[in-house]
Design a protein around this ligand. Structure first.
Ligand code: ATR
Length: 273
């Protein structure tokens, strides 16, 4: 079997080994997928060792995505812009290649799994950290009519907006603080890490209408604090990041193996267990 792994710290709760094992079983690909906890100061060594031992590909998660990007000899266009990588492999010359499948994972989950169109719509993205930078390119590629990046630290939202302005061909792209976001949006994506602290970004309730689709890039057994709030405000549809997790994994699997697994049965399996 060809060896793959996810690297992070901590890593014990990662669902990636389970997801990729299900993909391998479904496609018949000879893939073995494990989890590696890299010491915080030894990410580069861990990656080198993995490939030196014949490993074929790595997924990278918190807190190493930016380091994975820096370490690579070559980057896909989408990884280049994302400033972070969640997928690593070696090309025929043995060079380390970085890719980022997070943004495609989010957009696929929204469009294909949830049937939500972004094209022409008003989209609010909360947060301006690495997670948001990773998805802005693929979101803009859907040509929303308007995309607002709101963040606690407004200057960071300004920075992302400047960085992505060249990709906003059909989109009015702007930045603001949470409290400045007004009027209902078609789609609201929470890309802050506030849920981790049981917190929610303080956006005004007026951003939500009965037509609003709310998506938290995090997932939890129950609702995240943000999704619970949005449900309470009467949002039309409330989604968590489990589908994104499976979709980014499927895209990594495709990058490595050239085979795209079916995601629906895997999402269902994870949802039910
Ligand atoms: P990640 O890789 O998850 O994006 P990050 O780069 O540290 O992590 O970014 C975290 C994001 O969540 C930032 O937008 C951060 O806001 P600031 O830029 O103002 O720090 C946001 N965030 C974290 N905790 C938050 C909280 N309790 N309320 C609102 N936003 C929060």
């Amino acid at each position: 079997n060809d060896l793959y792994a996810v690297v992070g710290n901590p890593i014990s709760h990662s669902k990636s080994p389970r997801i990729h094992s299900l993909f391998a079983a479904q496609t018949g690909e000879a893939v073995e997928y494990t989890a590696i906890q890299a010491p915080l100061e030894e990410f580069a060594e861990t990656v080198r060792e993995f490939f030196a031992k014949g490993g074929k590909g790595l997924n990278v998660t918190v807190p190493f995505k930016e380091q994975a990007w820096s370490l690579a000899d070559r980057r896909s266009e989408r990884a280049e812009k994302a400033g972070a990588a969640n997928t690593l492999y070696q090309d025929e010359q043995g060079r380390l290649v970085a890719d980022n499948t997070d943004g495609v994972g989010l957009v696929t989950d929204l469009k294909v799994n949830a049937g939500v169109s972004l094209s022409g719509g008003r989209v609010l993205v909360l947060g301006a950290g690495g997670a948001v930078r990773g998805v802005l390119g693929p979101l803009l590629a859907e040509n929303p009519g308007e995309l607002v990046v709101a963040n606690r630290t407004v200057i960071k939202a300004d920075g992302l907006v400047s960085l992505f302005r060249p990709q906003a061909v059909a989109t009015e792209l702007s930045a603001c603080g949470f409290e400045a976001a007004t009027d209902p949006f078609d789609v609201i994506i929470n890309g802050t890490s506030a849920s981790l602290q049981g917190d929610l970004p303080p956006v005004p309730a007026g951003v939500i209408s009965p037509e609003t689709v709310v998506y938290d890039m995090m997932y939890a057994a129950g609702d995240t604090p943000f999704n619970a709030w949005a449900r309470g405000q009467g949002a039309g549809k409330v989604l968590d990041g489990l589908g994104m997790l499976v979709e980014q994994a499927a895209e990594s699997f495709r990058v490595w193996r050239g085979v795209k697994p079916e995601t629906a049965p895997v999402i269902e399996e994870l949802r039910n267990h």
